[in-house]
Design a protein around this ligand. Structure first.
Ligand code: ZN
Length: 179
């Protein structure tokens, strides 16, 4: 095996191992996957079944994309369905029907650059996964921030950032890592 092929093989194997705990958790959700969001900036609430009978429901995904849009610019971007699956798993583990309180979903490149400019130490990354619809900043009414973080870490589904001073947890479906 060439070095490049071997690297590729190892990367693939690693991804499989790291995401393995996530998919059994998905199966535990049953035949329907539902989510609820309260967007704290717009005041909008969405309660939706976004997956049923083995398929994502396009109309529901469109509603999710809208409620998680860049509220500053109004730009709508597709939100990664596997991010929604992660949230559904977290919701199940938290044993709550409370909506996710959304601090930040999609961020346009312009908004992301503006947030970075406002505060160099805000934790806003230049290549933020928020710009790809792969990240969300949340808290859950009635559940502790540390509890949400711990469940997100246990899911091993991507990145987890803990921001107690701002009262939110960042979760994404990029590489498994935490800060
Ligand atoms: Zn974030």
């Amino acid at each position: 095996m060439s070095l490049i092929a071997r690297r590729h093989f190892l990367a693939g194997a690693g991804a499989t191992v790291l995401s393995a705990p996530f998919f059994p958790a998905l199966a535990s959700l049953g035949d329907v996957r539902s989510l609820a969001f309260d967007n704290l900036h717009t005041g909008e609430r969405l309660v939706t079944e976004y997956w049923a009978e083995g398929e994502y429901i396009p109309g529901a995904l469109a509603q999710v994309n809208h409620v998680l849009r860049d509220f500053r610019s109004g730009e709508v971007h597709p939100i990664a369905p596997n991010l929604l699956d992660l949230l559904a798993v977290l919701r199940g583990k938290l044993e709550t029907a409370a909506p996710f309180n959304v601090i930040s979903g999609y961020r346009s490149p312009a908004t992301n650059a503006m947030l970075r400019g406002e505060n160099e130490h805000s934790g806003v990354a230049s290549k933020s996964l928020h710009m790809q619809g792969m990240a969300i900043d949340i808290r859950v009414p009635g559940r502790s921030l540390a509890g949400l973080r711990d469940i997100a870490l246990a899911a091993q589904a991507g990145g987890v950032g803990f921001y107690p001073a701002s009262d939110f947890v960042h979760v994404d479906v990029g590489r498994v890592r935490h800060w």
